[in-house]
Design a protein around this ligand. Structure first.
Ligand code: NAD
Ligand code: TYD
Length: 361
């Protein structure tokens, strides 16, 4: 197969490529990535000299470029990760999310449709990687199924919901062979430190404050990134065209529990006292429109395709921390990036407006 992986220099895409480029030397992979602040070429160093891999630095929202890449590479399979992915950024600049996540997805769908002229007689596939955030927020009970109503809260979630609708519409209207996965929060190596887990790890290692939004009671379901990549591969290989599959880790945790667990792990790894590290926690101003709880019912994926998560949360967190400690060059490069300035500006804003800056001890 010729496999086009959009957003392959980002967190999940780079883990996907690092897993499958060496595993499948008979397939060729092109990473199509704009290398925004979230796209890191250092995340691809393990595979960048592989014979079956190449990188195209380009923008999925630019139709001419998309058509050129589809014409040159003629993919049989598109795995579409590329997106603006951070909820907090989407609150500040929704337009960038509409451009990449909605317009960019449409450009890819148009190009796939033009290339795969007779989809019914081909083995082509467009796999769209999406999020459980399209379903909105849960209270204390229940879990999202594939039939849950779309009810996105943030501009990020709304733009992903919109892209899901476009992907489905291209299937129903033009017969484009698509599959979609909607996954819960991922964690693991190579995630940019603007998201909760890598931010907490790096700040704790550096003795910086650990911002927890609101009460810290918001709840997320966590899935180790390798398990997500295996689920995507399973859907590509065995999933039914036109279907959506939810992917979750069955590991629900409140944010404050995640941050405390990381503090304990950092203390163990560095020989500092747990009380010192826990003392870095700061409850700060809540995120506007902050979804309370996500939980994912992935029984369809288990029942139909036999996929289940393999790594428990405690082990995944320890592995993730070990990766950040073992990869200072990656961390340094990311921290020198433009996103770090953004992070500091917003982090300071939250601390300034925090209720009372109380610490958690
Ligand atoms: P990320 O932000 O780490 O990576 C996104 C990648 O897309 C980056 O390499 C970036 O350079 C690239 N990109 C952004 N705009 C682009 C453009 N216009 N053209 C080409 N490339 C562009 O994101 P991630 O966490 O790896 O998420 C990947 C996908 O998985 C996204 O679609 C996201 O919605 C979805 N998802 C993420 C999570 C999660 O917890 N991270 C959970 C469920 C679903
Ligand atoms: P995040 O990693 O941004 O993922 P998402 O918003 O897609 O779930 O945030 C995970 C949770 O952690 C979310 O409820 C917001 C919260 N959070 C904090 O409390 N502090 C932080 O510094 C960050 C980045 C997130």
């Amino acid at each position: 197969m010729r496999i086009l992986v959009t957003g392959g220099a980002g967190f999940i895409g780079s883990n996907f490529l690092n897993m499958f480029v060496p595993r499948y030397p008979e397939h060729s992979f092109v990473c199509f990535d704009k290398l925004t602040y979230a796209g890191n070429p250092l995340s691809l160093t393990g595979i960048d000299s592989a014979k079956n891999f190449s990188l195209e630095v380009a923008d999925i929202a630019d139709g001419d470029v998309v058509n050129r890449i589809f014409g040159d590479f003629r993919p049989d399979l598109v795995v579409h990760f590329a997106a603006e992915s951070h909820v907090d950024r989407s609150i500040h600049d929704p337009g960038a999310f509409v451009r990449t996540n909605v317009v960019g997805t449409m450009q890819l769908l148009n190009a796939a449709r033009a290339l795969w002229k007779d989809p019914s007689s081909s083995t082509a596939r467009f796999h769209h990687v999406s999020t459980d955030e399209v379903y909105g927020s849960l209270r204390e009970e229940g879990a999202f199924t594939e039939d849950s109503r779309y009810d996105p809260s943030s501009p990020y979630a709304a733009s992903k919901a919109s892209s899901d609708h476009l992907v489905r519409a291209f299937h129903r209207t033009y017969g484009l062979p698509i599959t979609i996965t909607n996954c819960s929060n991922n964690y693991g190596p190579r995630q940019a430190p603007e998201k909760l887990i890598p931010l907490t790890i790096l700040n704790a290692l550096e003795g910086r404050e650990l911002p927890v939004y609101g009460s810290g009671g918001n709840c997320r379901d966590w899935l180790y990134v390798d398990d997500h990549c295996e689920a995507i591969w399973k859907v590509i290989e065995c999933g039914q065209v036109g279907q959506t599959y939810n992917v979750g880790g069955n590991e629900e945790r409140t944010n404050i529990d995640v941050v405390r667990a990381l503090c304990e792990l950092v203390a163990q790894q560095t020989g500092r006292s747990a009380a010192d590290v826990l003392g870095l926690i700061r409850f700060v101003e809540d995120r506007p429109g902050h979804d309370w709880r996500y939980a994912v019912d992935s029984s369809k994926l288990k029942r139909e395709l036999g996929w289940e998560p393999t790594l428990r949360f405690a082990e995944g967190l320890a592995r993730t921390l070990a990766w950040y400690i073992a990869n200072p060059a990656w961390v340094k490069a990311v921290q020198a990036g433009e996103h770090q300035k953004w992070l500091e500006k917003n982090y300071d804003r939250r601390l300034r407006t925090a209720n009372d800056g109380r610490t958690n001890s």
